[in-house]
Design a binder for this molecule. Sequence first.
Ligand SMILES: *Cc1c(COP(=O)(O)O)cnc(C)c1O
Length: 446
Amino acid sequence: MNHDRSRDLYDRALSVMPGGVNSAVRAAVEPYPFFVERGDGGHVVDADGNRYVDWVMGLGPLLYGHDLPQPVESAVQSRVSEGPMFGAPTEVEVEHAEFVARHVPSVEMLRCVNSGTEATVSACRLARAATGRDKVVVMQGGYHGAQETTLVEGEFDHVEPSSPGIPASFAEHTLAVPFNDEAAAHAVFEDHGDDIAAVLVEPVLANVGIVHPVDGYHETLRDLCDDHGSLLVFDEVITGFRVGGLGCAQSEFGVEPDLTTFGKLIGGGFPVGAIGGPARLMEGFTPAGDVFQAGTFSGHPVTMAAGLESLRYAAEHDVHDHIHDLGGTLREGLADIVADQAPEYTVAGTDGMFKVLFSRDAPDSFDGHCEGGCHQRSSCPRFDHCPKTGGDVKAGQTDRWRRVFWEKTKERGVFLSQNQFEAQFVTYAHTAEDVEETLEAYKEAL
Ligand SMILES: *Cc1c(COP(=O)(O)O)cnc(C)c1O
C-alpha cells in the first residue's frame, strides 16, 4: 500500500495542528495516520486511493455507514438550503425531542447541545444543583468526554486530575470506583453517601475496550442512589440508539436512570449531545429553572434534521436487526478464531459494537462460553478470566495492538479503531462480505 499523500498531509498538519490532528486518538497509530478522502457504504477510501472496510465509523455516530438513507440526505440538504441556523427555535427541534421522549423510557424532556462532552458537563451541573451536593461518582476507565469533573485517575477519594491544567481542587469532588464491583459501590456510598450528587456510568463501558455489566450491577447502583437521594446518570453517548435499539441500553437492562446523556447517533453524523430526563429535573435548566445552560449552536437545525430522520428511518426499517445479526456473526467468527489462535483473548461487544480484548488469561475449556461477545455470564468458563473493569482491560497487551496488530489488519484493507480501547461499530451499510474479509484479516494478524 502506498501512503505518500497521507504522509505529506501529516507532515503539513504537524506544522499547523498540535500533533497533526483535531482529536488525539486519530494520531494513535504510528508513524502517521492515513487521511480519509471519502466514505462509501461500509468502506473508506484514503488520500492515496487505498480502500478499507471501516469499523471505526466516526467512532460512533454513523448508524448507516457512509451512505445516508435518502430521506436523511434530503432532509439535511433542504435544511442547508433554507439557511443553516437562526438563534431562534425551529420545528425540527420539537419533533426530534418528541421522537426521543417517545422511545427512551426515562426521557420526558430533552436539552440538545453540541457534543457528548457538553452533555455530561451539563448533566453534572444539573445533578449538583438538584441535590445541593458536589460529589460525582465515576467508573475507573469510564469516559465522559473532555471535562474537568470526570478526567481523573486514582481510586475512591484518592483521585487526581488525569490531565495538566485541571486544578487539583476539582478532583476533590470526584470519586472513582471500579466498574462491576458492587462492594466498592457500597463502600463509596457508606463513606460519602450524603455528599454524592450523582453516579455517572456508561451502561456498557465502551471507551476502555467493551465491558458488559455483571448481572445486577446497574440495579445495585439504582438502589444505592435511591437510598441516598443521589441521581443515577446513564451516559448513553455510545450506547444510545445502538444497544437495545431505539429504547437505548436502559431499556435493554430494564434500569431507569434519573438523567441520560446522549451524543453520537442522536445527531445522525453531525456534532451533537443531549441531556434527557423527567420534567421535574429537566426544568431545572434555564430558562425554566436557574441552572445555567446555553449554546449558540444547540439544537442546530441541520443536526436535528439528520438525527430525527436517521432515527425515524431506523424505526421504520430493519436497521437494528441487520446490525445485531451481522454483529453476532462477526463476534461468533472472532470467538472461533480466538479459541484457535489466541485463547487468552476475549471477544467483547453486543448489538452493533465489537472488540477483541488482548487479555492475558485463558480458561481450560471453552465449552458453554458466552456466545456472540462477552456478557459476563457467571456460568461462562471465561468468567474468571475476562476483563470486568477498566483496569483489567488496561492490563492487556495494549502495545501489541497498536504496534503490530493494527498495522497488519490495515495492510489487509481493514480499518480498526486506533487503539485497544476504542469500540468498533457495525452499521447498516456493512455486508456479510465485509465480515468475511475482516475475519480473514484477524485470522492472519492475531
Ligand atoms: C464519545 C463519548 C463522550 C464524549 O462525546 P464528544 O462528542 O466526543 O464530546 C462522552 N461519553 C461517552 C460514553 C462517549 O463515548
